[in-house]
Every structure is written in structure tokens, then in C-alpha cells.
Design a protein around this ligand. Structure first.
Ligand code: ADP
Length: 278
């Protein structure tokens, strides 16, 4: 018997409850996802259904311009930010979804405030944008590697909350997903990148430097989730050790956000009979 959890159940299982965010601990969240999807078979079936629904919902969103959706994806190297995007949007028209990846800031970006490069890429009404890494890098890698004064980093949590509130209040829903993976699984995936010829191009020796800072990153993530899980843009922690479950859970969340926007095709204000085509 198949058992696909409801969207509400997935939201609840992954949510960092804003009211209790201060005491949130990453260690309390599993990385395997089997308590959400028992079987991989169910996860695959759910992903297939959700990916189709996401396409339909995006189409209606575009027609209705009911709002916009920004999906923020964060996760340690190899946690699957690209894979999740590819699978959840496997059937979505490329006309309606845009992906922006944020790496090390350019000289031009560094000459502005850190939110400048993000704000330029927020979605217009009718569109879905995915941030592969995001404003959160500025309280993650920047904090762990001491790339900005501590006082400035400290101010950023409130600034990010204000930025996301501005988006929300102006019609953009912000779905924030942290892909939560174990250190063991990351080791496996890095080994895979060394061993599988088609995956070698993805290997970056710098990832090993970040792996040495694993604990610091976990603390930085925990702090970001504690301080930036707000009612207008709560965080969701998605277990990422199993690719299949990860994609299925993320797709449930994305579908849920789109459904909450209730996009419906607009009434054009005329009837087809008015326009006979000879
Ligand atoms: P990915 O690892 O996501 O596939 P890249 O290899 O381009 O993509 O890596 C992006 C790198 O850029 C990551 O190491 C990330 O920590 C870094 N980065 C992103 N944003 C910032 C930032 N604001 N300041 C410094 N480094 C950043």
C-alpha cells in the first residue's frame, strides 16, 4: 500500500517553527528522511505527481499573476541543490522558472551592499525563481571564514528578515529550504566525485577545506535558522542523505507554496462566441 504524506504533514515535519526557533537544534533533525517517506518507491511516485502539479500551478500563476515564488536553497557542498532543482522542476516550462546561483561575489557585487545582487534577481509576478545559495551565504561562509567584521555579520540576520518581509508584503512568497546532510554521506559523495569519471568535473579541492570546517558550518546554519525562521519566511529542513526522498520532500513543499497562492486562470471578460473564426 502506498503512503504518501500530505503536504501539511511534510510542512510540519520540516518546519522550523518560528515561535520556537530560538531553541532550534539541527541535531534534532534526521538526515535520512525515512520518517517522512517510508519507501523510496512512494517518494518517486510522489515526486512524479508533484512535478506535474508544479508545472500546472506555474502555468496558472503566470496567467493569473497572483504573486511570485522565491525558493531559497541552501546546503553544504554536495547536498544536492542542483539535483533538487532539476527534479522538482522536471516538467516546468523553462519560460516560467529561473535559477540563480550565487558564488563568490564579484568586484562589482562587493562594491555594493550584500543584498544588492540578490534583490536584482527576485521574481516578477507570475514567475518562480530559485536561489541556489543566497543571502544566507553572507551569514554562513562569510561568518565561518571571517570574510566580514563580526559586527556586520551580526546585523545581517535582522536585515535579511526585513528584506524577506519586504518581498512577502509585496506579493512574493519565500520558501527557504535547507538540505540537511550527514558528514558521512558528504564523504560518500565526494568520493563518488573522485571515482566516477563523469562526476570528476564537479570535484573542487576547496570543498575539502570547507569539510574541515564542518562543525563551524553546522553552528552557522543553526544560528541562521534560529534567527531567520520568521512567520513571513519560515525555514524548512529537508533531510538530504537520500536523493530520492530529498527531491520528493522538496517538491511537496514547493507544490504547497504554489497551491497556497491559489492561482486561477483569469476571466478574460469576453465569450468565445463573440469571436467567430471563419
Ligand atoms: P557550488 O559549490 O554551489 O556548486 P561553486 O563551486 O561556484 O558552486 O561555489 C560557490 C562558492 O561560492 C561556495 O564555496 C560559496 O560558499 C561561495 N560563496 C557564495 N556566496 C558567497 C559570499 N557572499 N561570500 C563569499 N563566498 C561566497
Amino acid at each position: 500500500m502506498s503512503s504518501i504524506p500530505s503536504i501539511d504533514a511534510v510542512r510540519e515535519a520540516t518546519l522550523v517553527e518560528p515561535k520556537k526557533a530560538k531553541s532550534f537544534s539541527l541535531k534534532d533533525r534526521a538526515t535520512h528522511g525515512s520518517s517522512i517517506f517510508d519507501s523510496k518507491k512512494d517518494a518517486k511516485a510522489s515526486l512524479e505527481e508533484d512535478a506535474l502539479a508544479i508545472n500546472d500551478l506555474q502555468d496558472a500563476l503566470f496567467a493569473s499573476k497572483a504573486g511570485a515564488l522565491l525558493v531559497v536553497l541552501q546546503g553544504i557542498d554536495t547536498s544536492g541543490k542542483d539535483g533538487t532543482t532539476k527534479e522538482a522542476f522536471r516538467y516546468t516550462s523553462p519560460l516560467g522558472v529561473n535559477v540563480f546561483a550565487y558564488g563568490k561575489p564579484t568586484e562589482d557585487e562587493l562594491a555594493h551592499d550584500y543584498l544588492w545582487r540578490l534583490h536584482q534577481n527576485t521574481p516578477r509576478k507570475g514567475y518562480i525563481h530559485v536561489f541556489n545559495r543566497s543571502q544566507y551565504e553572507d551569514v554562513l561562509v562569510v561568518k565561518v571564514r571571517d570574510l566580514a567584521p563580526a559586527k556586520q555579520v551580526e546585523q545581517r540576520y535582522d536585515q535579511i528578515n526585513a528584506f524577506e518581509k519586504l518581498l512577502f508584503e509585496n506579493g512574493t512568497r519565500v520558501l527557504k529550504i535547507m538540505l540537511h546532510m550527514s558528514k558521512e554521506e558528504q564523504g560518500e559523495r565526494l568520493r563518488e566525485r573522485l571515482e566516477v569519471p563523469e562526476k570528476r568535473w564537479k570535484f573542487n579541492p576547496g570543498d575539502l577545506e570547507d569539510r574541515k570546517l564542518w562543525d563551524d558550518y553546522q553552528i552557522a546554519y543553526e544560528t541562521a535558522l534560529q534567527r531567520c525562521s520568521t512567520p513571513h519566511a519560515p525555514w524548512h529542513v529537508v533531510p538530504a542523505d537520500s536523493r530520492t526522498r530529498r527531491d520528493a520532500i522538496a517538491a511537496r513543499l514547493i507544490r504547497g507554496e504554489l497551491e497556497a497562492m491559489k492561482p486561477t486562470y483569469p476571466d478574460p471578460g469576453w465569450r468565445p462566441e463573440q469571436y467567430p473564426i471563419d
